[in-house]
Design a protein around this ligand. Structure first.
Ligand SMILES: Cc1cc2nc3c(=O)[nH]c(=O)nc-3n(C[C@H](O)[C@H](O)[C@H](O)COP(=O)(O)O)c2cc1C
Length: 199
């Protein structure tokens, strides 16, 4: 599949990075977009540096994910192929998705490539999956998510389950990444499903 993955500046960078790595491992083509805040939070939460600007990040990602179908797009480049509906994409995932980006998508702002690619995904009626992270949620956040849900957007909040008895952070992340992959129609065993044997 050809999937656009955007990582924004909400807590939970591990969700976006794990999803990216799973898709690349399974030989999917990924267009990746990062917001500047996402770069900071990858560093803060995962302890790895993805650089401080587009060109530095591009170099680092090339080394980190060699021989993969990864296309890293500049967040400010509104001329990127994915800024146009004429560019074929199977789906877009924003993980984690900040409340700022939820608001921008719900209101069609398109002020950077993440928002524009999401707007294009909506107008082309392609699958759009958002993994929001914030707590508590205000009425504004909830109203924006309801607006998007009514348009057919899948809202998969970063809310891992406990019925599968997670033992590690990886287990909890695998649950959310697996639910996203399920929506994309990509078979996976990144989490233990209800009534499956717990290992
Ligand atoms: C450490 C840290 C954690 C944050 N966590 C969240 C979060 O969970 N959800 C959220 O909506 N914003 C969070 N923010 C605030 C966003 O980063 C901020 O609103 C930013 O402008 C979002 O920009 P972006 O969506 O373009 O990445 C966090 C900021 C920092 C520094």
């Amino acid at each position: 599949m050809k999937i656009t993955v955007a990582i924004t500046g909400a807590s939970g960078a591990v969700y976006g990075v794990s999803l990216l790595e799973y898709l690349l491992k399974e030989k999917h083509k990924v267009n990746l977009i990062l917001s500047p805040e996402a770069r900071l939070i990858v560093h803060e939460e995962l302890g790895v540096s993805w650089g401080s600007c587009y060109s530095e990040t591009a170099e680092l990602l090339k080394k980190r994910y060699p021989d993969t179908d990864l296309v890293y797009c500049n967040e400010t480049d509104m001329t990127a192929p994915i800024a146009s509906g004429s560019h074929p994409i199977d789906a877009m995932v924003v993980a984690p998705c900040s409340m700022k980006v939820i608001a921008a998508i719900a209101h069609g702002l398109s002020s950077n490539l993440i928002e524009r690619a999401a707007d294009v995904t909506l107008k082309e009626r392609r699958p759009l999956i958002l993994v929001p992270r914030e707590t508590p949620l205000s009425s504004i956040h909830l109203a924006n998510m309801l607006t998007l849900s009514k348009m057919g957007v899948w809202i998969i909040p970063a809310m891992p389950a406990f019925y599968n008895h997670p033992k590690t952070i990886e287990d909890m992340v695998g649950f959310i990444v697996g639910r996203v992959l399920d929506r994309l129609g990509i078979s996976n065993q990144t989490y233990t499903r209800w009534k499956e044997e717990i290992t």
